[in-house]
Write a protein that binds this ligand. Structure first.
Ligand code: PGA
Length: 261
C-alpha cells in the first residue's frame, strides 16, 4: 500500500487573515515555480479559525492544489458552547483536516485522550480527517518510557473510534521536547515511535488498515532535516510549525524528495 506523504503547516496562533492570503499565495507560487507534483506529496496549511475563510477564497479563486484545515474542533455538534467551533462549520469552509490533541492543547487546556478521541470523531463526522497528535515530554523520554507513553495515548484516543473510523485518521507523533525548541528527533527516534504506533494500529485494526494510515513526525522540522526523517519507512509526512510560516522554507520542506541524497 502506498501512502501519499502529507506535509501540513501548523500555523498555530500566527497570521491574520490578510497575512494568511499572502503566505498561501507565496507558497503556491514557490511550488509552481518548482513544478511541484502534488500527486506525490499532499500540501496542507492549518491556519487559525479567523483565516480559514480567506484561505478558502484564495485557494478556490486560483484553483490551488493546496488544501487546508483547522487546529481544533469542538466535541459538540452545536449549541451553548461559547467560543467553540463545530465540525460542520469547518466542513462548510472546505476544511479537509482538523488537528486534534496538539500537545499545546493538552498542556494549556487540559485535553485528555478521551476528549481528543471525541474531537477526532467529531471531525470524522463532518467528513474531515483528524490529525491526531501524540508524543511524550522530555522527562518521559529520559526515563525510557516514550514508546509505552505514546502507545497509551493512541489506545486512549482510538478507544473513542471504531474500526470503520480509524482508517480515516492521520497520526502525528510530536515529541514535546522537540516542538519549537530547534531540537529535532533523530530519524531513528522518529522511526522507533512511528513504527511502534503502526504496529499498535495493526493489532487494533489489522495490518491492512494500519498500512493505510499516515503517520507524521512533528517537532522542529526544517528543510535541512526533513529528507532524512522522511526516509524512514513509517514516517509519512510532517506536521511543521515554525518553519511553515515562511512560504519559501515550507515549499522546500514539501520538496523533500529532491534533497534525499
Ligand atoms: P515546530 O512545531 O515545527 O515549530 O517545532 C511543530 C508543531 O507543534 O506542530
Amino acid at each position: 500500500m502506498t501512502r501519499i506523504p502529507l506535509m501540513a503547516g501548523n500555523w498555530k496562533m500566527n497570521l491574520d487573515h490578510l497575512e494568511a492570503i499572502t503566505v498561501v499565495q507565496r507558497l503556491h507560487w514557490a511550488l509552481q515555480d518548482a513544478q511541484f507534483d502534488y500527486s506525490q506529496v499532499e500540501v496542507a496549511v492549518l491556519p487559525p479559525f479567523t483565516a480559514l475563510r480567506s484561505v478558502q477564497t484564495v485557494t478556490d479563486a486560483d484553483s490551488m492544489a493546496i488544501v487546508y484545515g483547522a487546529q481544533d474542533v469542538s466535541t459538540h455538534p452545536a449549541g451553548a458552547y461559547t467560543g467553540e467551533i463545530a465540525a460542520e462549520m469547518l466542513a462548510k469552509l472546505g476544511c479537509r483536516y482538523v488537528v486534534v490533541g496538539h500537545s499545546e492543547r493538552r498542556q494549556y487546556h487540559g485535553e485528555t485522550d478521551q476528549e481528543v478521541g471525541e474531537k477526532a470523531r467529531a471531525a470524522l463526522g463532518g467528513g474531515m480527517t483528524p490529525i491526531i497528535c501524540v508524543g511524550e515530554a522530555l522527562a518521559i523520554r529520559k526515563a525510557g518510557e516514550h514508546v509505552a507513553y505514546t502507545l497509551a495515548q493512541i489506545d486512549g484516543v482510538y478507544a473513542e473510534l471504531g474500526p470503520d473510523l480509524a482508517a480515516g485518521t492521520v497520526v502525528a507523533y510530536e515529541p514535546v521536547w522537540a516542538i519549537g525548541t530547534g531540537e529535532v528527533a533523530t530519524p531513528a527516534d522518529a522511526q522507533e515511535v512511528c513504527g511502534a504506533i503502526r504496529q499498535r494500529l495493526a493489532s487494533l485494526y489489522g495490518r491492512d488498515a494500519a498500512e493505510g494510515i499516515r503517520i507524521l513526525y512533528g517537532g522542529s522540522v526544517k528543510s535541512s532535516n526533513v529528507a532524512s526523517i522522511m526516509a524512514e519507512p513509517d514516517v509519512d509526512g510532517g506536521l511543521v510549525g515554525g518553519a511553515s510560516l515562511d512560504p519559501a522554507e515550507f515549499a522546500k520542506i514539501c520538496r523533500f524528495a529532491e534533497h534525499i541524497a
